[in-house]
Design a protein around this ligand. Structure first.
Ligand code: PHE
Length: 450
């Protein structure tokens, strides 16, 4: 197999950790996790999500990095080559295609929400939230998403920013994340401090950590599992393509654990910052995608230097989204460069255009097309459900099956290069049996078959 990718390589283990953590930590942690936890009753959902990270997320992340590094190409070509190496069907390359399509679909709505965060940078800087009430903040949010032109403009700007970075390769971002990720963490801790002081902290904590299983449905379990994939960027080739740029010596196991821990810590901190404010202001934890845009500005509106910190918070959120969005499109761009003989720039323009057009559907689903429903869901809800709850777990399932059943032991053990044989056996049991069975059971349960 190859020693290096034609697209380049991370300069160090730390660079990979930062890039992969940059991919994992994003809107999923700060925007999505709190609102889906809120919609699904809190504690029990959080517990299931944590279990999924441990039993499914970490082993599949190791598998995905391992496959990427062994194939050293875009996920489509990596899967094709690895299948050939293992003497398996070439249909495995479809796994790469599934990922490329999921990446387009996720980025198309991700960019719209990241656009909201950009708009909030400007709003906080202008001080409109100073002294605002919960109602006032909700009204500002309601008016904002009712305006398709504004949403479209911010979506377009975010797409341009994303494609600019991807066009240059990931070196620039490598430098940026080194500073941004720690800064995001500090601001989050500050916000948790505010929530402790001013919010209904105990109520928030018990909502997040007290498991009441009567509140959980099989649909909720599927959402928790889907979110474990989403938040760790698994099942669509993002981590695989980042793995393909990983130097050969780096140990995959400990690296994957660090990334998963960092990602989980950010999500839990976000929950601890948000729910106390929700309860102290009589807001609904289940108010959906607008949750952080309707809660955090209240806190910032009443904090000393709140406009400044608020502005900074949304800047960092945009950066977190930015470092995730580049990984969503990288598999497609890498494939266009490898197979269509395109320059990176040209590949970016094409991939970016397709994503931008699909994103218009999400923009409209919050206003003009809010009443158009497919199976009772808006276009945005359909995309979110289809990608996070179906495509990513399905992709992850195939990755686990390939790593556990199709790839030879010499190859997987050689590539993973784990220090202790016991850890390898543990990983193997997880990807071979536990993760696939868990994903299948949750799927069947969600469609009411068991
Ligand atoms: N992990 C990112 C987040 O939590 C989203 C993402 C999903 C990025 C899949 C890449 C691939 O926001």
């Amino acid at each position: 197999m190859r020693n290096a990718s034609q697209h380049g390589q991370w300069s160090s283990r730390l660079a990979f950790i930062l890039a992969a953590t940059g991919s994992a930590v994003g809107l999923g942690n700060i925007w999505k996790f709190p609102y889906i936890a809120g919609e699904n009753g809190g504690g029990a959902f959080v517990l299931i999500y944590l279990l999924c990270i441990l039993a499914i997320g970490i082993p599949i992340m190791m598998a995905e990095i391992m496959l990427g590094r062994r194939g050293r190409q875009s996920p489509i070509n990596t899967m094709k080559d690895l299948a050939a190496e293992a003497g398996a069907s070439r249909f495995w390359s479809w796994l790469g295609w599934l990922g490329v399509i999921a990446g387009f679909l996720i980025l198309s709505y991700y960019s719209v929400i990241a656009g909201w965060a950009m708009a909030y940078v400007v709003r906080l800087a202008s001080g409109v939230f100073e002294g605002a009430t919960a109602d006032g903040v909700s009204n500002i949010f309601g008016q904002f998403i009712a305006d398709p032109e504004k949403l479209l403009a911010w979506h377009s700007l975010f797409m341009i920013l994303t494609m600019l970075v991807v066009a240059r390769g990931v070196k620039g971002l490598e430098r940026a994340v080194k500073f941004l990720m720690p800064a995001l963490l500090v601001i989050l801790i500050l916000l948790v401090g505010y929530a402790m002081d001013q919010g209904a902290f105990e109520q928030g904590v018990s909502f997040l950590f007290k498991a009441d299983f009567s509140k959980i449905t099989s649909e909720g379990v599927l959402t928790a599992m889907g979110h474990a994939f989403f938040t760790l960027s698994l099942g669509m080739g993002a981590i695989m393509v980042y793995g393909s740029y990983l130097p050969s010596k780096v140990s995959i196991g400990s690296t994957a654990v660090i990334i998963a821990l960092a990602d989980t810590a950010v999500a839990l901190l976000a929950g601890l910052a948000i729910f106390p404010i929700v309860f102290a202001n009589g807001l609904e934890p289940s108010s959906g995608p607008g949750l952080i845009f309707q809660t955090l500005p209240i806190a910032f509106g009443h904090m000393a230097y709140g406009s400044f910190f608020g502005c900074l918070f949304f800047v960092l959120l945009v950066f977190a989204a930015w470092s995730s969005s580049i990984s969503l499109i990288e598999p497609a761009v890498a494939w266009l460069v490898e197979n269509k003989n395109m320059s990176r720039m040209r590949a970016c323009i094409w991939a970016g255009l397709v994503t931008w057009v699909v994103g218009i559907g999400t923009v409209l689903s919050f206003n003009l097309a809010a009443d158009i429903k497919i199976f009772g869901k808006t276009f945005f809800d359909v995309l979110d459900y289809l990608t996070a709850n179906i495509m990513l777990p399905l992709g992850g399932l195939c990755i686990a099956v390939f790593a556990g059943w199709v790839m030879s032991k010499e190859n997987s053990a050689g590539e993973l290069n784990l220090k202790r044989p016991l850890i390898y056996s543990g990983w193997k049991i997880l990807v071979k049996f536990i993760s696939p069975v868990a994903v299948i059971i949750v799927f069947l349960k969600a469609i009411d078959l068991i």
